[in-house]
Design a binder for this molecule. Structure first.
Ligand code: 6OD
Length: 469
C-alpha cells in the first residue's frame, strides 16, 4: 500500500484506492487517498519547513538539487520499473527520457539558479535593485503521461527558488512519486521541504484551495486548468499552467521526405500519442500529399501499440475514432483495438490511427484527443499552411518540415504556438521558455522563466544624497 509522505514521515491515512496496470487491466497496487486532514497536515508540514529552507543561500539549495539528482541516479532501475508498471511505457523510452530527465532537471536548475544575478539599475542619485523571495508553499499537480519527468521539471525550480512543496501525482501514476519521497529521505533533505499526497481530483482541489498554499503549478487538461483557476481566484494565487494542445505539423514539398516521415511518426505516436506536444493535425503540401499519407500509414502499422493510461482514457480515444467515421473521415490505417491473443487483450490498447478527409471545423480536428492518432489534410500555399496551423483554439507546439531556411524562419515566426520545431520534434534545451498560448496555458516554464514564476521580486530603491560641491 502506498502511503503519503509528510514532514519526512510515511503517513497511512485516508481510504484506499486501486491503481491498474494499463497493459493487462489488473490491479497493480492500493494507494491511500488524501482526505482533508491529510492535505491539511501536508500543507502545515510544508509551511513549517518553509522559513529555514528559504533562508538557505541559493548555493546550498543548489547543492541539495545535485544530491537529489545523485539519489535519482542511485535508484535509477527502481524508478524505471515503477514508471513502466504505472504507465506501460516502453523500456527504452523510460531509460533514455523519463527517468534521466528527472536527474537532469535537478542538475539544470541547480546551475541556472546558482548563476543567476540579481537585477540592479542606476540613475544619477538613485540605485534600484531587486531581491527575489520564494512564493512560500507551492502545490505541484502532476499528470500521468510523463509522471517523473514533469514532477521533477516543476520540483527542481520550485525548490531551488526556496519554496517548499506539496506534490500530488495523478491517481493513475503514484509509483515514481512514492519512490522520489524515499529518495528525499535517503539523501537527508530537511523534513517537510517535499511532501507527497496521493489521490484523485478532489484531493487536488483541497490542496490548491488550502489557504496555506501560495501558488499552483499544473500540467494537464485545459478543463482541469480552468477549474483550478476558478478555485484559486478568491485568493488570487499565482498559477503556472501547461495545458492541452492540438498541435499542427506542416510538411512542405521541399522537405527531406524520409526525415519528415520519421519525425512525424515520432511526433504522432510517441508515448501512445499521450504527450501534450504530439502532433494531431498534419498539413502536407499537395504535390507530396498522397505519397506522404501512404508512407505515414504504412509506418503507423509498424508502431508497437502502447496502452492508454486507463480504461476511461481508452474509451475517450476510441470515441474519437468513432467520431471520425461519423463525421465522414477516410481511415487510412487503424481505427480500432489491436488483438494480441494474450493478457494484453484486457489492457487499454488502441490501434495507431491515421485519418483524412475531415473539415477543419469537425470536432475531431478541433478537440484534443491525446492518443496515437492524427488527421492529414493537403494545402497549396505557404500562407494557407500558416492559417490552417493557426486555426485552433490551442497553441502549444508546431512542427515544420522544410529544407528552405528562409521559409523555416518565416513560417516559424508566424505560428501561434509557444514552441516551434523545425526538422525535428521534442528536442529540448532546459534553459528555453516552454509553454503555450491560447487554451494551451499560462506562463512559461524552463530556465529563468520557471525561477520567475516560483518567486516574487521586491524592488528596493535608494536615494543617494550627493555631497555638496
Ligand atoms: O520536456 C519538458 O520539459 C516538458 N515540460 C514536456 C511536457 C510534455 C507534456 O505532455
Amino acid at each position: 500500500m502506498l502511503t503519503h509522505f509528510i514532514g519526512g514521515l510515511r503517513v497511512a491515512a485516508g481510504p484506499p484506492f486501486p491503481v491498474h496496470d494499463p497493459v493487462t487491466g489488473e490491479v497493480l497496487r492500493q494507494v491511500h487517498e488524501a482526505d482533508p486532514e491529510v492535505v491539511d497536515r501536508a500543507v502545515r508540514a510544508a509551511r513549517e519547513a518553509a522559513r529555514d529552507w528559504a533562508a538557505l543561500p541559493v548555493a546550498e539549495r543548489a547543492g541539495w538539487m545535485r544530491r537529489l539528482a545523485d539519489g535519482i541516479e542511485a535508484r535509477f532501475d527502481d524508478l524505471v520499473a515503477a514508471e513502466i508498471a504505472d504507465t506501460g511505457k516502453p523500456l527504452e523510452q523510460t531509460r533514455t527520457l523519463d527517468i534521466p530527465r528527472g536527474a537532469q532537471n535537478f542538475r539544470a536548475f541547480a546551475e541556472i539558479a546558482a548563476q543567476r544575478p540579481d537585477d540592479a539599475f542606476h540613475l544619477p542619485g538613485v540605485l534600484s535593485y531587486t531581491v527575489r523571495r520564494p512564493l512560500g508553499v507551492v502545490a505541484v499537480i502532476v499528470p500521468w503521461n510523463l509522471p517523473f519527468l514533469l514532477m521533477t521539471w516543476k520540483l527542481a525550480p520550485a525548490l531551488v527558488a526556496g519554496n517548499t512543496v506539496v506534490v500530488k501525482p495523478s491517481e493513475n501514476t503514484p509509483g515514481s512519486a512514492a519512490l522520489f519521497a524515499e529518495i528525499c529521505a535517503e539523501v537527508g533533505l530537511p523534513d517537510g521541504v517535499v511532501n507527497v499526497v496521493f489521490g484523485h481530483g478532489p484531493s487536488g482541489r483541497l490542496l490548491v484551495e488550502h489557504p496555506g498554499v501560495d501558488g499552483v503549478t499544473f500540467t494537464g487538461s485545459t478543463a482541469t486548468g480552468r477549474a483550478i483557476m476558478k478555485s484559486v481566484s478568491d485568493r488570487v494565487k499565482p498559477v503556472s499552467f501547461e495545458l492541452g494542445g492540438k498541435n499542427a505539423g506542416l510538411v512542405f514539398a521541399d522537405c527531406d521526405l524520409d526525415r519528415a516521415v520519421d519525425g512525424t511518426v515520432k511526433s504522432v505516436f510517441t508515448n501512445g500519442g499521450q504527450v501534450c506536444l504530439c502532433t494531431e493535425r498534419l498539413y502536407v503540401e499537395r504535390p507530396i500529399f498522397e505519397e506522404f499519407c501512404a508512407r505515414l500509414a504504412a509506418r503507423a502499422q509498424e508502431v508497437t501499440p502502447q496502452p492508454m493510461i486507463s480504461a476511461e482514457h481508452r474509451e475517450k480515444v476510441l470515441s474519437y475514432y468513432d467520431l471520425a467515421r461519423s463525421e465522414g473521415a477516410k481511415v487510412l490505417t487503424g481505427g480500432g483495438v489491436p488483438s494480441f491473443g494474450d493478457s494484453r487483450d484486457s489492457g487499454y490498447f488502441v490501434e495507431p490511427t491515421v485519418v483524412t478527409g475531415l473539415s477543419e471545423w469537425s470536432r475531431f480536428n478541433r478537440e484534443e484527443i491525446f492518443g496515437p492518432v492524427c488527421h492529414v489534410a493537403p494545402f497549396d500555399t505557404e500562407a494557407e499552411a500558416v492559417d490552417l496551423a493557426n486555426g485552433s483554439d490551442y497553441g502549444l507546439a508546431a512542427t515544420l518540415w522544410t529544407t528552405n531556411l528562409d521559409r523555416a524562419h518565416r513560417v516559424a515566426q508566424r505560428l501561434e504556438a509557444g514552441l516551434v520545431w523545425v526538422n525535428t520534434w521534442y528536442l529540448r534545451d532546459l534553459r528555453t521558455p516552454f509553454g503555450g498560448v491560447k487554451l494551451s496555458g499560462i506562463g512559461r516554464e524552463g530556465g529563468t522563466q520557471s525561477l520567475d514564476f516560483y518567486s516574487e521580486p521586491t524592488t528596493i530603491t535608494i536615494k543617494l544624497e550627493q555631497p555638496d560641491a
